[in-house]
Design a protein around this ligand. Structure first.
Ligand code: NDP
Length: 336
């Protein structure tokens, strides 16, 4: 079964492997496959689920709500997010204003068929809305019982520090940040992780398998396998291209295979286990286009990678690893 970790310094426990439905539910895969993936997650012991209002322009929340209907709500941890434009994409259907936060949570709860989410996350930093307004609105969401904890996503160390200062004044639990993190993308290590450790936040990390690239299935010089994200022109292909179009990345990823073999793991399992070696990571958010991937990847829970193999991973990947901490700031647009 999947182990639990506490989210930040809070008492909330989440499964260290959490299922996320970006690009898949309501888009790449049919609803019955989506439900089969959620079933596979539940059967494997995953109880934490991550989505966002913007995924498939709200359809992903609806699919997840339907897939989880009938499960014991208190036995689940449901996370969603607010920031990007949704629905009719009007001037106020976006950002972290009081109006958008207070209206968006209502839509999310209705689509997810629940009275509350466990974690409500600011999907990016809003450079236009005063942070005081955003944090006050989140505090009101928490006080109304519609969210139990607050998180952020892709915030810089300074933004996290400013958010935590206000959250403390308002007595709201800001407990997590959700950044991209994988063997190939380590931009949080230099600033975001140390600041989060100091302030008591965890990382809930996205794309631990680098969107499928670290499974080793994209071979250098070969066409992407049929049915993979790189062939999904509805959106997935564009998202994963950053990695699949770099032949050096694909070649170096193949050099991880002997390390995975030595540990008796598949390459995807090695990728998920790798992010979980970082003690500031509370959960690896895994995506899946089929239930077998969930069943496979979940076996990374509890795996310990010895230091000599961690060093061999770094050696194998060499300079294709992205580490520049300045890249986090580029995740949030100047205006929305
Ligand atoms: P992953 O890195 O886990 O990639 C998942 C994809 O990789 C699958 O859909 C599948 O794609 C492929 N894959 C996974 N396992 C295997 C395997 N064993 N063998 C072969 N292929 C495999 O994560 P995602 O990129 O999906 O992101 C996970 C979650 O993170 C999201 O659902 C969301 O919750 C969150 N997220 C948050 C963001 C944010 O801004 N806060 C941004 C992005 C994601 P396929 O079969 O189609 O090739």
């Amino acid at each position: 079964m999947v182990a639990y970790r506490n989210l930040g310094r809070s008492g909330l426990k989440v499964t260290e492997i959490t299922y996320g439905n970006w690009l898949t539910h309501g888009s790449q895969i049919e609803n019955d496959t989506a439900k089969a993936c959620v079933r596979a997650a539940l059967d494997a012991g995953i109880t934490s689920f991550d989505t966002a209002d913007v995924y498939a322009n709200t359809a992903a929340e609806t699919v997840l709500g339907e897939a989880l209907a009938g499960e014991r709500r208190d036995g689940l941890e449901v996370f969603t997010k607010v920031f990007w434009p949704t629905g009719p994409r009007g001037a106020n259907d976006r950002g972290l204003s009081r109006k958008h936060i207070l209206r968006s949570i209502e839509g999310s709860l209705s689509r997810l068929q629940t009275d509350y989410v466990d974690l409500y996350q600011a999907h990016r930093y809003d450079h236009v809305t005063p942070l005081e307004e955003t944090m006050q609105a989140f505090a009101d969401v928490v006080r109304s019982g519609k969210a139990l904890y607050i998180g952020v996503s892709e915030w810089t160390a300074e933004q996290i520090r400013a958010g935590v200062a206000l959250a403390r004044e308002l007595h709201v639990p800001l407990v997590s940040n959700q950044p991209q993190y994988s063997m190939l993308w380590r931009v949080i290590e230099e600033q975001v992780v140390p600041t989060s450790e100091e302030l008591g936040l965890s990382q809930v990390v996205w794309s631990p398998v680098a969107q499928g690239v670290l499974s080793g299935k994209y071979l250098p010089g070969a066409a992407a396998p049929a049915g993979s994200r790189a062939t999904d022109e509805k959106g997935g292909a564009q998202m994963v291209r950053r990695f699949t179009e770099n032949q050096d990345v694909l070649t170096r990823v193949q050099a991880l295979r002997p390390v995975a073999d030595e540990l008796g793991l598949t390459m995807a399992q090695l990728a998920v286990a790798w992010v979980l070696q970082n003690p500031n990571v509370a959960a690896a958010l895994i995506g899946a286009s089929r239930p077998e991937q969930v069943a496979e990847n979940v076996k990374a829970s509890g795996v310990v990678i010895p230091p000599e193999l961690l060093a061999r991973i770094d050696e194998a990947l060499g300079d294709v690893v992205v580490r520049d901490p300045a890249l986090t700031a580029q995740s949030s647009p100047a205006s929305i």
